[in-house]
Write a new protein. Structure first.
Length: 143
């Protein structure tokens, strides 16, 4: 009797199907939760968004004139329409990089000079046609 029950246990596969089914359902649930969570938390849009260029900027201050000169000192060329500067004002309401290099790319050696209008000067990259922006460089104006 014992021999036949052992043979029957080795050949009986009734319990395999429910175990595999449960494992598959758990795997599908985890994958769906990960995909939905990515988009609900906004991580999905950052994956497809534009990435900021890598560029270096240097700053020099002329305290007697109350001006700061910002120079693109290396890295990627950036469309002038994508750059703005905060903490400086420019003559005649110019928009710094946009007016100085209208329709061109800003590359190493290009610079703008503006009057100090705050404690911190920032170079901000705004992606064309996208809602993303990033501060590329920041400079604390000495007192």
């Amino acid at each position: 009797m014992q021999k036949s029950s052992l043979k029957q246990m080795l050949t009986d596969d009734k319990a395999v199907s429910p175990v595999i089914g449960v494992i598959l359902m758990v795997a599908i649930t985890v994958i769906l939760a990960a995909v939905i969570g990515t988009f609900v938390l906004g991580l999905g849009s950052s994956v497809t968004g534009a990435t900021a260029p890598t560029a270096d900027f240097s700053f020099s201050t002329d305290s007697s004139a109350g001006e700061v000169t910002v120079t693109h000192s290396g890295g990627a060329s950036i469309a002038s329409s994508e750059l703005t500067t905060t903490g400086l004002t420019f003559e005649n309401g110019n928009e710094d990089w946009r007016d100085a290099y209208e329709g061109e790319s800003v590359s190493a050696g290009n610079s703008v000079t503006g009057e100090i209008d705050g404690d911190t000067v920032r170079i901000v990259w705004n992606a064309d046609g996208a809602e993303s922006s990033q501060i590329l460089a920041s400079y604390n104006v000495p007192n």
